[in-house]
Ligand binder design. Structure first.
Ligand code: SAM
Length: 476
């Protein structure tokens, strides 16, 4: 399989494993008991910190990373050049990127984050990534490498704007992509989308069939077989044969059976070439998504800006936010009512807004986890979610809650456990690194007891005096 190479790749391919675990420091809760999280911090650290609790549990990941347009003027578009990422590149790749192209830097930034996202995905989960032509081709190649080319599902085209840009030097750019990978394509199936009134309107009942409305389909097929090439006598007495080179779809016996069951339509006057009746009551309960998503259905950048302005009191903060209807479509396709949804490039928090909307529509209890690196994680991301919960303008609130976290201290300092950290968090971390399963606090009163693992082996954690002497024991 062809793979992509770039400057710095050798430093980042295994970097995800080396990223230190940090604790998530709880800052406040909004709206009561919650399983929703908004995390302020670099997603590399945040994603790693989520592993002990969430590895293999996220059903749907949506990310909208910086597109790397080279346009420095936009507020969030080129965060590959932000001080945090520059510092990180300096530490990991060994240089702040003087001789790295913006594509090298972007790939170095994305690669380890995608590796962690893959770990977080459930076996029957999928990741959706918004991107445009600046990095689409590179992203496809690294995703093939990380998720496996066999798990590529589709590269959706989203019509992001309507008006042509007449000052464009070449072509007026009117779409983005959404690249979709399943964790395991054999296990992931998208949900059918609800049928629209427009689709159902194609079904009529001109002969008052008691089975209800129907539409009709062609009875001839291109794959020729002499067995299904026979003359049909219409109710009017006229005889018809298949068009030249074609034959009928049905054997003569099956055709007669269907005529007897009133499943063949010869037209109101009984003189038309026969067609097969397909009843609305018998078609599958939804429609399969196409790979082109038009703005009429899912909204465009203008809709998204309007939504942010409305929900955040007039602020026009971002150049290219995503409309809630776009994310809602992803959630309809890729979640069930109790799924956990993760967005680690959260921006204005559209994903949390969309999760709340969908839950309100179908009575679901989906949970969201958002990560945002900039300080507006509190003033914009969390603020938008607060307003969605409380209601804003004419829009009624949608009941909900969330917990706000900062990426906190590392769990280890120079090879020793960080003694400032709550022992419960250390237990969860030790359990996860030893078992790679989620830590569930055992009911046993022994404070050193972590739980039982394979073959009911009890695990104990015995801190002795100094962290450098901490003993980890398997078995009683
Ligand atoms: C294109 S925006 C997302 C917009 C969002 N979909 C919306 O509708 O508002 C990308 C966001 O990712 C954030 N970001 C970039 N690098 C990050 C990192 N390493 N960790 C966390 N957030 C990051 C940026 O600050 C920015 O807010």
């Amino acid at each position: 399989m062809p793979t992509l190479n770039w400057i710095g790749k050798d430093k980042v391919v295994n970097h995800a494993a080396a990223v230190p675990f940090h604790v998530l420091e709880h800052k406040y809760n909004f709206g009561g008991e919650s399983e929703n999280k908004i995390i302020h911090g670099d997603n590399l650290l945040a994603l790693k910190s989520l592993l002990p609790e969430y590895e293999g549990r996220i059903k749907c990941i949506y990310i909208d990373p910086p597109y790397n347009t080279g346009n420095e003027g936009w507020i969030y578009n080129d965060k590959v050049n932000s001080p945090q990422i520059k510092k990180w590149l300096g530490e990991v790749v060994g240089r702040e990127g003087e001789d790295l192209s913006r594509h090298d830097k972007w790939l170095c930034m994305m690669y380890p984050r995608l590796k962690l996202l893959k770990k977080l995905l459930a076996d029957d989960g999928a990741i959706f990534i918004s991107i445009d032509d600046n990095e689409q081709a590179n992203l496809k190649l690294i995703c093939d490498e990380i998720f496996g080319a066999q798990n590529f599902v589709a590269n959706v085209i989203w019509e992001k704007k309507f008006s042509p840009q007449n000052d464009a030097r070449w072509l007026s750019d009117s779409h983005d992509f959404i690249l979709i990978y399943a964790k395991d394509k054999l296990k992931w199936r998208p949900n059918l989308l609800p049928r629209t009134a427009e689709m159902n309107a194609r079904y009529k009942n001109p002969d008052n069939d008691p089975r209800g409305a129907w539409t009709s389909g062609d009875i001839s097929v291109k794959t020729y077989s002499p067995n299904t090439d026979y003359p049909i006598t219409l109710p009017s007495g006229r005889v018809v044969n298949p068009p030249v080179g074609l034959c009928w779809r049905l054997s003569k016996e099956k055709f007669n059976e269907m005529v007897a069951d009133n499943r063949i339509w010869f037209g109101a006057n009984g003189n038309n070439v026969p067609r097969i009746k397909r009843f609305l009551s018998e078609v599958q309960g939804g429609s399969v998504s196409k790979t082109i998503w038009l703005r009429d259905e899912v909204g465009d950048n203008q809709d998204a800006k309007r939504e942010i302005k409305n929900s955040l009191s007039g602020a026009e903060i971002f150049a290219t936010p995503k409309p809630t209807r776009l994310i809602e479509k992803i959630l309809r396709l890729a979640t069930d009512k109790n799924s956990i949804v993760l967005d680690s490039f959260a921006g204005s928090g559209t994903t949390a807004h969309a999760v709340s909307n969908i839950n309100a529509q179908d009575g679901g209890n989906r949970k969201f986890i958002l990560v945002e690196m900039e300080d507006y994680a509190e003033t914009i991301t969390a603020e938008r979610v607060r307003r969605v919960i409380q209601g804003y303008g004419q829009v009624a609130g949608i009941s909900g809650s969330f917990d706000f976290y900062e990426v906190g201290e590392p769990l280890m300092i120079q090879g020793n456990l960080n003694e400032n950290i709550d022992i419960k968090k250390i237990h969860a971390y030790i359990w996860y690194t030893e078992t790679h399963t989620q830590y569930k606090k055992p009911s046993n009163g022994n404070p050193a007891y972590l739980g039982d693992f394979i073959n009911n082996t009890p695990f104990f954690f015995l801190p002795i005096a100094k962290s450098s002497e901490i003993v980890f024991n398997r078995g009683a």
